[in-house]
Design a binder for this molecule. Structure first.
Ligand code: HH2
Length: 384
């Protein structure tokens, strides 16, 4: 049965209230592999629907259903539609928990080198303020194994204050331009909460937006990401930088962060951002206690049930220092390597790191243990 993407979970489906329809997963066919020719076959119980809801579901084009009987239905869907479904419907989370690991191809993570054009970032503050020096550092990171670079002009460390728009622009634009002028050709993400900064950086040669506010600090951000059709990182944050570490609390940080990311991911879809351009990030250190960060890394695999690539930023973060007793961020290389290895095992797709060479080695070892070596860029690029 050929399914039309728009018909199945396209624009019409987005008009549905995400959790209005109490459809529950019954089972996938246990005899068949979850993916057969790129399609999943999953049965949903729809008996909980009243007539009105049922009509709405069908009228929405939200699910193309072949009835099993009057209470159960069979959904068939290509991977990308399931991914979109995961952000839109709560039951799909359960569904994807069962299927995603078996279905999304495992890949070695992308290394995203951090290039902070700031005087006050917690680890590399002041090192890359000069555009030429920043471009040299970018070149060195790529030589060391970075697949992409993340340029930021505003520290978001706990307790930091926002910088003026003009200041942020004056910091990041010359760096993006200098990196490009030097011929560094890897993708660049712009780490900003402001749509204007993102737009200008994209014009200057950046390719993606990394927004630590998930679109909540600037109403123009999601529309911009949709219009530019560029990758957009949705990061979880509790509170704001100035106060986020004051008294963060969760009952279950992993469940709560997952629910929040699903909500914001759905907002991205509604704003018109393509499902393939959405990546999710648990926001390590952003309004989290040590045990919350630990739980998020230890149970990272649960966030994969959201069906989108996960970006993880553990590099040198203070919770690592709290665990090991090392206070100076730049001396937390071993701590970073250990956390990066766990993130790889948990299925991280992108690792945001300061020391690329060191992390590349840790990631290569972790990839081998996770069975990702064949796909590993480390393996491919470094084979003699
Ligand atoms: N962490 C920082 C900044 N941006 N973006 C994403 N997506 N995920 C992160 O974990 C993340 C981020 C904080 O680290 P850093 O840039 O090194 O420090 P500062 O905010 O002080 O500039």
């Amino acid at each position: 049965m050929e399914l039309d993407r728009e018909l199945v979970f396209g624009a019409a489906a987005r008009r549905l209230e995400p959790r209005a329809i109490p459809v529950t997963l019954v089972s996938s066919d246990p005899r068949a592999p979850p993916w057969d020719g790129g399609r999943a076959r999953v049965a949903f119980r729809t008996s909980a629907l009243d007539r009105d809801q049922h009509l709405r579901l069908r009228a929405s084009g939200g699910v193309r259903l072949a009835a099993l009987d009057e209470h159960e239905t069979l959904l068939e869907s290509p991977a990308e539609i399931l991914a979109e479904l995961a952000l839109s419907f709560e039951p799909a989370r359960i569904l994807l928990r069962a299927h995603v690991l078996a279905t999304l191809p495992p890949v070695a993570p992308t290394l995203l080198g951090i290039l902070n054009a700031t005087p006050d970032s917690f680890s590399d503050g002041g090192r890359h303020l000069d555009p030429e020096r920043a471009a040299q550092a970018a070149e060195a990171m790529v030589a060391a194994g970075a697949h992409a670079l993340d340029v930021g002009g505003e520290s978001t460390r706990p307790g930091s204050q926002p910088v003026a728009l003009e200041t942020e622009l004056a910091r990041v634009l010359p760096v993006v331009e200098a990196v490009r002028a030097r011929g560094v050709a890897v993708p660049i993400s712009i780490d900003t909460r402001r749509a204007v900064v993102a737009a200008r950086a994209l014009d200057a040669g950046a390719n993606a937006i990394n927004d630590t506010s998930a679109g909540l600090d600037d109403p123009e951000m999601l529309p911009l990401a949709a219009e530019r059709a560029c990758p957009y990182v949705v990061m979880h944050r509790l509170g704001r930088s100035a106060d986020m570490q004051r008294d963060p609390r969760y009952e279950d940080p992993v469940r709560e962060v997952a629910a929040w990311l699903r909500e914001r991911g759905f907002a991205c879809l509604q704003a018109g951002i393509g499902i393939h351009n959405i990546a999710l990030d648990p926001g390590i250190g952003f309004g989290k206690r040590v045990q919350d960060n630990v739980a998020l890394i230890r149970r990272l695999v649960e966030l994969r049930s959201l069906g989108r690539p996960l970006l993880v930023g553990v590099s040198r973060k203070s919770y690592l220092g709290r665990l090991s007793g090392v206070e100076t961020p730049s001396e937390r290389g071993s701590e970073t390597a250990a956390a990066v290895a766990l993130a790889v095992i948990g299925g991280a797709a992108v690792l945001r790191v300061h020391d690329v060479a060191e992390t590349a080695r840790a990631a290569a070892v972790a990839c081998a243990h996770a069975g990702l070596l064949e796909n590993s860029v480390f393996h491919r690029d470094r084979a003699p």
